[in-house]
Design a protein around this ligand. Structure first.
Ligand code: NAG
Ligand code: NAG
Ligand code: NAG
Ligand code: NAG
Ligand code: NAG
Ligand code: NAG
Ligand code: NAG
Ligand code: NAG
Ligand code: NAG
Length: 646
């Protein structure tokens, strides 16, 4: 009986903890953000390519342990990205490590403070992107040596010699062993363990590791040292940190198997008792170590498994044909969206998040739970999520008829949206937003209202997509910068400048969307030089000629009085002062009743001959990120949370 309990306990443990008993070595060694080139003008495509490159790398790494992406067409918007895991890691550890790596690289988000490249070195994996082809580089000016502060306490002369011998052997041996080698010098108290690896495409592995060797010998008497070069990685430590195929690995699966083997070949009662005792002690120790994690996972596993909101990662992978590019619907700052067909034939949209949620799994699941209860004809329904796989996925209802952005500005093969449809869309979005802000017990600020987030179904009913992302990622500051980069033209001035986020910021974005729908022009305020449509509409309003702003493609087929009303409401929504903007429920009333509309005050950023305004706004976007992070108590700003480029 004791045995069966023990066996069950050990099976239970290994199932529950699975790969978490192994160590993906997701320890951050260094992060280096670089700006190689002057900031070009094509920020949008670069960011889009960057996000797409991360997605593609994820897929490649999960099949072969490394990957490279040469992404994006012409000019200065090309993104090159490379990732690789240490060769001693198992595939599942590799996936875990890389997922963490991706979160960190977002701190080198493109265009923030002129950044156009970044490298993140973990002990288990590596990720780099840049705006030029660096795949063959073996050395670069920002390469660095990272020595631990903790010192070795024994005989340092011997230690020194061991590190030197090990470093030399690794640098000579790794190129001969297919660019990877682990090794150790064992000697009483002064054992040293080391690992060296050249990245897949490095031109000159010998030169790179020779350089690593010459620099790593400066680390002793530190207990641990690492050299990170553009083309290779070398590390020594007094702890055995790598996996050695022949060594007894310490994963739950293995100890289970060992136990079975031992049990099968031993019949002596005493031996059995001893083994059981030993196993019990080991199991208990492990259990104690992982108690916290197990508690969380166990509690959560129960809840997740019972929940209808839980989708298995494998099922979603299959539904999208392994995230095949032909199923890709679109791409946003927080991840790309794929069309999927579930095994029961139901069509869904699956969002693959760039962010990993491992740290706040439970919070994430609770939020998904809450948000899946929000139902409104003008909101895209969240059906569930997958949090157990290597990356986090959200599952939404599938809306077939493209986004407003596609209809208005991207696709030429769609029919022109007529006046009645435009009015219906404007009212529908307002109703959806009013429901988010005021209609349920949750108060949800969307924060990212823009044309591409308004989807249309068969009869052109608008559906607001992507709400609640802000709630899903409470601790993720990078999301803020992502949103800023994606949608600068839609953002309320108080949000851009002070990071102040209220419902009134959504009202502002909604006002911009309204204006774009009616005028058929994009609000390219970020691009600066051309005058913004808000300026144009404001000028026409001042002259009492609002109808001239209406999309010329409609060829006059619209109701003038209605057009003036809508544009005036739009101007109310984009007023510089947040307090003056109406609530969304008020907007709905003004759109549907014939009540009187107040006179709007001036929108922000408007004055005659505003020169250099674009760069000014860009700067404020960046400083608002810092304001956000500052106000979030931790007080770390971008500049002091990672090593500055050297
Ligand atoms: C990055 O760009 C900023 C301004 O564009 C500049 O001040 C800084 O020196 C640059 N850093 C590097 C490492 O080139
Ligand atoms: C970016 O591209 C434009 C036109 O393609 C070119 O004029 C400009 O010099 C490029 N900038 C950089 C930094 O490469
Ligand atoms: C990188 O090296 C490979 C072969 O080692 C070569 O085929 C390729 O052209 C090189 N690429 C660059 C950009 O130097
Ligand atoms: C360190 O070890 C070397 C060789 O074993 C020995 O000669 C030396 O005296 C030792 N130094 C100290 C401080 O113990
Ligand atoms: C040599 O390379 C192989 C393949 O990468 C690896 O599995 C093995 O552990 C390496 N040998 C040593 C001693 O590191
Ligand atoms: C790997 O483990 C085996 C057996 O424990 C040992 O003989 C070998 O030296 C180890 N290799 C390295 C590189 O540590
Ligand atoms: C390092 O290489 C030398 C010469 O090949 C060899 O004698 C020595 O045993 C090696 N040391 C280790 C720790 O592998
Ligand atoms: C190993 O280190 C301990 C203390 O750290 C010391 O007491 C012991 O003598 C050392 N043994 C050898 C063989 O150096
Ligand atoms: C390795 O570096 C040493 C100097 O640190 C140099 O003498 C030697 O030629 C280098 N070897 C290679 C293959 O670059």
């Amino acid at each position: 009986m004791g045995i069966s309990i023990l066996l069950r306990a050990s099976v239970f443990l290994s199932v529950l903890l699975g790969s978490s008993l192994a160590d993906p070595r997701a320890t951050l060694v260094a992060m280096i953000c670089t700006n190689m080139t002057a900031v070009g003008s094509d920020r949008g495509p670069f960011v889009a390519n960057f996000v797409a490159a991360l997605d593609s790398l994820t897929t490649q790494l999960s099949s072969k342990g490394y990957g490279s992406v040469t992404n994006g067409g012409a000019g200065n918007s090309s993104v090159y990205a490379f990732g690789e895991c240490m060769k001693d890691l198992s595939q599942s550890d590799c996936n875990l490590c890389f997922a963490q790596c991706k979160i960190q690289i977002l701190r080198c988000f493109p265009f923030q403070q002129g950044i156009r490249g970044g490298r993140v070195f973990f002990d288990g994996c590596y990720l780099r992107y840049d705006d030029y082809n660096f795949f063959n580089d073996s050395l670069s000016p920002v390469d660095s040596t990272v020595c631990a502060t903790e010192k070795f306490s024994g005989n340092t002369t011997v230690f020194d010699d061991h590190v030197t011998e090990l470093g030399r052997n690794l640098s000579l041996g790794a190129p001969k062993n297919g660019s990877f080698l682990v090794g150790s010098v064992i000697g009483g108290n002064t054992s040293v363990f080391g690992l060296a690896q050249c990245w897949k495409y490095t031109n000159d592995c010998e030169k790179c590791l020779n350089n690593s060797f010459s620099r790593i010998v400066s680390c002793p008497p530190s207990r641990e040292g690492r050299v990170i070069n553009a083309g290779c990685y070398m590390r020594y430590s007094t702890e055995k940190f790598y996996y050695n195929n022949t060594a007894s690995a310490t994963t739950g699966g293995n100890s289970g198997r060992r136990l079975a083997i031992i049990l099968g070949s031993t019949f002596s009662g005493v031996a059995l008792l001893l083994i059981i005792l030993t196993m019990a002690i080991i199991t208990r120790k492990k259990a104690l170590e992982r108690r916290k994690e197990r508690k969380l996972l166990g509690h959560l596993a129960n809840k997740v498994n019972k929940s209808k909101l839980n989708f298995s990662y494998e099922a979603l992978e299959k539904a999208t044909n392994y995230f095949h590019s032909s199923n890709k619907l679109g791409q946003g700052g927080s991840g790309s969206v794929y069309k999927g067909i579930l095994s029961d034939g139901k069509q869904v949209a699956i969002k693959r998040l760039v962010f990993n949620t491992r740290q706040w799994v439970e919070h994430f699941f609770n939020e998904v739970n809450l948000m899946s209860n929000i139902r409104h004809k003008n909101l895209v329904r969240l059906l569930g999520c997958s949090i157990t796989g290597p990356e986090s996925l959200l599952v939404y209802e599938y809306i077939p008829n493209l986004s407003l952005l596609d209809h208005l500005f991207v696709r030429t093969d769609t029919e022109l949206l007529n006046w009645e449809i435009r009015c219906k869309i404007i009212l529908g979005i307002a109703e959806g937003l009013a429901h988010l802000h005021e209609g349920s017990t949750l108060r949800i600020i969307h924060r990212d209202i823009k044309l591409s987030n308004i989807l249309l179904d068969e009869d052109f009913t608008p559906k607001v997509a992507d709400f609640g992302l802000a709630r899903l990622f409470p601790e993720d500051k990078t999301h803020i910068s992502t949103a800023i980069v994606g949608t600068i033209g839609y953002m309320a001035p108080e949000y851009v400048v002070r990071g102040k986020l209220t419902e009134r910021a959504d009202v502002y974005s909604y006002g911009v969307v309204m204006t774009e729908i009616i005028t058929g022009k994009r609000n390219n305020s970020f691009c600066g030089n051309s005058s913004s449509i808000l300026q144009m509409v404001w000028d026409l309003y001042a002259n009492g000629r609002l109808c001239e702003a209406v999309d010329p493609n409609l060829q006059g087929r619209f109701r003038e009085e209605e057009a003036s009303r809508i544009l005036q409401i739009a101007l109310l929504c984009v007023q510089a002062s947040g307090e003056l903007r109406p609530q969304m429920s008020m907007v709905v009333r003004m759109l549907s009743d014939n009540c009187e509309i107040p006179s709007p005050t001036q929108p922000p950023f408007i004055s005659s001959g505003l020169s250099g305004s674009a760069s000014e706004r860009k700067r404020s976007a960046i400083s608002s990120f810092q304001i956000e992070t500052d106000s979030h108590s931790s007080g770390t700003t971008m500049s002091d949370s990672f090593p500055a480029p050297r």
